[in-house]
Ligand binder design. Structure first.
Ligand code: FAD
Length: 382
């Protein structure tokens, strides 16, 4: 649901202030300690960030995709690890349930997802099923009014804190590929479910990914989301939406890095003048600004198309592809504009350079976005 203009502006300004005054001062500490302080998570909950996309009747803010993207562009102006803390509740974790869940499932789980009391993760990737996500091997074998889950999910964001998982598993072993996959809501405390150690990552310290291991986990059939065999469709529709959310974060980070680059270029003097006066430095600023503006416009346009009920598989893939590649180039230029100071840790620029690398990999690599864009373009005939 779209907010009225005044409420939307208030929300955006509240998030902008929270980012500027509360989160930005903590960036280095969160990175060093690889942990977001509990009190910050509580403040995020109080602001309603965990429930941005959850329907109002279940306690969320029910933002339109466009409004969610505008909020994420503000969140992008600080370390993206902060966004990750609530990102799975807003996006990939919860949206299968929001789009395909039945009333009982929604009433049971969404209110606590909206407040952040429940953390929900999205578990699709496996050791042998990454880009080829329809190749999931985790089994969900029907046994009376339960399914028995066995298998391992890999690189699952927020798994260390999650008490609920949206899990894609093969319910029909005779069907290869997408057709045999179903989606399930799996509670953390079920016997047989365990979580691996957090992985050491290139960037976004403070955000964590772990394996999720299922060893004869009995999940009630009432916890299947959608129909049997519909799990891959659930995952793909969740990802269409998630790709717009990620693109918006990429835009926000790019805007932050451009602002930091401009401030530094004005202050840093070489050859007796601020480096901002050199046209070769200005060229880098101009290229970054142009690309960030294009990504902002594309993200908001694709979000509006989704809000209008259009199929945006192509647009979401193209938007995520462009925005994630764009922020990689912008971060690279930011390091260049800062020179040696961009390479050492003090200014945080090298940290952003590492943080943004993942945007070209998760929720579909850039190559997978290209595959989707080409397939959909050919389907549409141009
Ligand atoms: C920090 C982080 C967080 C993540 N969070 C989650 C999460 O919450 N939930 C979840 O389910 N998963 C998550 N993932 C997994 C992520 O989505 C996958 O890593 C990603 O989809 C790529 O899969 P892969 O790592 O197996 O790479 P691979 O699929 O092995 O790809 C390796 C390379 O081959 C290329 N490639 C593969 N197939 C093709 C093709 N057909 N055409 C051209 N090139 C191809 C890829 O583009 C890539 O360059 C996360 C990963 C990370 C690192």
């Amino acid at each position: 649901m779209a907010l009225d203009a005044e409420t939307r502006q208030q929300l955006i300004e509240t998030v902008r202030r929270f980012v500027a005054e509360r989160l930005r001062p903590l960036e280095a500490k969160v990175s060093e300690e690889d942990r977001i302080p509990d009190e910050v998570l509580e403040e995020m909950k109080a602001l309603g960030l965990f429930g941005l996309s959850i329907p109002i009747e279940y306690g969320g803010l029910d933002l339109s995709m466009e409004d969610e993207c505008l909020v994420m562009m503000e969140m992008g102006r600080t370390s993206p690890a902060f966004r990750s803390a609530f990102g799975t509740n807003v996006g990939i974790g919860s949206q299968g349930l929001v789009m395909f869940g039945d009333e009982d499932q929604k009433a049971r789980y969404l209110p606590k997802i909206a407040t952040g009391e429940t953390i929900i993760s999205f578990a699709l990737t496996e050791p042998e099923a990454g880009s080829d996500s329809a190749a999931v091997q985790t089994r969900a074998i029907r046994d009376g009014d339960h399914y028995v889950l066995n298998g391992t999910k890999r690189y699952i964001t927020n798994a260390h804190r999650a008490n609920l998982f949206t899990v894609m598993a093969r319910s029909d072993p005779d069907k290869a590929g997408a057709a045999g996959v179903s989606a399930f809501l799996v509670e953390r405390d079920l016997p047989g479910l365990s979580i691996g150690k957090p992985e050491k990552k290139m960037g976004q310290q403070g955000a964590h990914i772990c394996d999720v291991i299922f060893d004869n986990v009995r999940v009630s059939a009432a916890n299947r989301i959608g129909r049997e065999g519909e799990g891959f469709k659930v995952a793909m529709q969740v990802l269409d939406r998630g790709r717009l959310h990620i693109a918006a974060i990429c835009v926000g980070v790019a805007e932050r890095l451009i602002a930091d680059s401009v401030a530094y270029a004005r202050e840093r003097k070489q050859f007796g003048q601020p480096i901002a006066g050199f046209q070769l430095v200005q060229g880098m600023i101009a290229d970054s600004k142009t690309e960030a503006l294009a990504a902002r416009a594309l993200t908001l346009e694709s979000a509006r198309q989704r809000d209008a009920g259009e199929n945006v598989t192509l647009e979401a893939a193209a938007t995520k592809y462009f925005a994630s590649e764009m922020v990689g180039r912008v971060a690279d230029r930011a390091v260049q504009i800062f020179g040696g100071a961009g390479y050492v840790a003090d200014h945080g620029i090298e940290r952003f350079y590492r943080d943004v690398r993942i945007f070209r990999i998760y929720e579909g690599t850039s190559q997978i976005q290209q595959v989707v864009i080409a397939r959909e373009t050919m389907k549409r005939g141009g």
